[in-house]
Design a protein around this ligand. Structure first.
Ligand SMILES: C[S@@+](CC[C@H](N)C(=O)[O-])C[C@H]1O[C@@H](n2cnc3c(N)ncnc32)[C@H](O)[C@@H]1O
Length: 337
């Protein structure tokens, strides 16, 4: 995921993690549905070395980003059409992350953790944790809202490179080559002072905030992951399933849900919204209504990326009959299959 949130200033992608999915009917080598093949053909056509569809999309994006926000609302049907085109383009994994990326979501995670209060500690798994910004933000938020709540966190990522940074908990104020995002831009200076010890340009996470975290290498797609990690009161899986092809994301999401203790909660955003809705309905997950719209709009990169980036998040639309499940990013999971 990327982008500082300003229209037209979406940043270049941060480093690619691994290849695209090679599974499922969306795979080009296995044959794609007819409409997608047409889009593929249009994408691959070249005039003077350029793809006419690519040029059209870039020009439309340029105009769209310059429209005043109220003007975009009546154009949302066009936005959905454009998004249906771009979401069939290539997907890639990225390391991009932020501290305090989505504040309403952090608030909800803290309150769900409190609901699952237990002795000796509430168990949380954070999948796709990247360099750790999300994990430290979660711990910070829980501590701020429920100071006496004890939690232990399994923080999992597929990349050893980011896990090493996360484990050290030392970050440069400058944008790093690894993440390529201004990871502190959503924090206030006061919060930075409380959360880090500063040595020149380097910020080191305070020792108390490092307690109770186990950093682990793991693959959210691995069916054995539940045997390794066990069940958790709360599982967080943000901003990496969107980079998988829909079929693989669907399968991974079902796998991730097995990590949730019956009655526990799954928080999942930064995912193809059709995939999430489909799985949530199929497995009878109970959407958590609290802060739903605030969380939906809480990560400006995602919202401003729509409709031009495949990972962009459509506007919250209460006129949809399924909006209560479509726009939920937290679910209670009664039983796992
Ligand atoms: C865009 S970052 C998101 C970081 C953080 N979750 C956030 O929301 O800010 C995606 C992270 O997911 C990791 N990742 C990608 N595929 C994964 C998989 N199958 N299992 C575990 N981690 C994965 C990547 O290595 C990367 O660090």
């Amino acid at each position: 995921m990327r982008g500082g949130g300003r229209p037209g200033l979406l940043r270049q992608p941060s480093r690619r993690v691994n290849g695209n999915s090679t599974t499922g009917p969306w795979n080009r080598t296995r044959g794609r549905p007819g409409a997608l093949r047409v889009i593929d053909r249009m994408m691959s056509q070249r005039i003077l070395g350029k793809s006419p569809l690519g040029v059209y999309l870039r020009l439309s994006e340029w105009i769209w980003q310059r429209l005043p926000l109220p003007t975009r609302t009546p154009l949302s049907a066009y936005g959905h059409l454009m998004h249906s085109v771009v979401r069939h383009g290539d997907r890639r994994q990225w390391f991009g992350t932020y501290f305090f990326r989505n504040r309403p979501q952090l608030q909800l995670i803290s309150d769900l953790a409190e609901l699952r209060r237990r002795t000796p500690a509430v168990r949380i798994a954070v999948l796709g944790c990247s360099v750790g910004a999300e994990v430290y933000s979660i711990l910070w938020s829980i501590h701020s809202r429920h100071p006496d709540l004890r939690v232990v966190i399994d923080a999992v990522d597929i990349s050893d490179e980011v896990l090493e940074v996360a484990r050290q908990g030392v970050y440069s104020r400058a944008v790093s080559d690894l993440v390529l995002e201004p990871i502190f831009e959503r924090m206030t200076e006061g919060e930075i002072r409380e959360m880090f010890d500063a040595q020149g340009d380097r910020l080191s996470v305070k020792p108390w905030l490092r307690e109770g975290i186990v950093w682990r290498r793991g693959d959210a797609r691995d069916p054995q992951i539940v045997n390794v990690l066990g069940r958790h009161d709360l599982v967080v899986a943000n901003d990496f399933l969107c980079h998988m092809e829909p079929v693989e994301a669907d399968r991974s999401l079902r796998n991730i849900a097995r990590l949730v203790d019956p009655g526990g909660y799954l928080v999942v955003s930064g995912i193809d919204i059709d995939v999430r809705t489909h799985v949530a309905k199929a497995l009878w997950w109970k959407p958590v209504p609290q802060l739903m719209k605030d969380i939906h709009d809480g990560d400006r990169s995602l919202r401003l990326g729509w409709p031009w980036k495949y990972w962009g998040l459509e506007p919250f639309d209460r006129s949809r009959p399924d909006w209560r499940i479509r726009y939920a990013s937290a679910f209670q999971i009664k039983e796992t299959r």
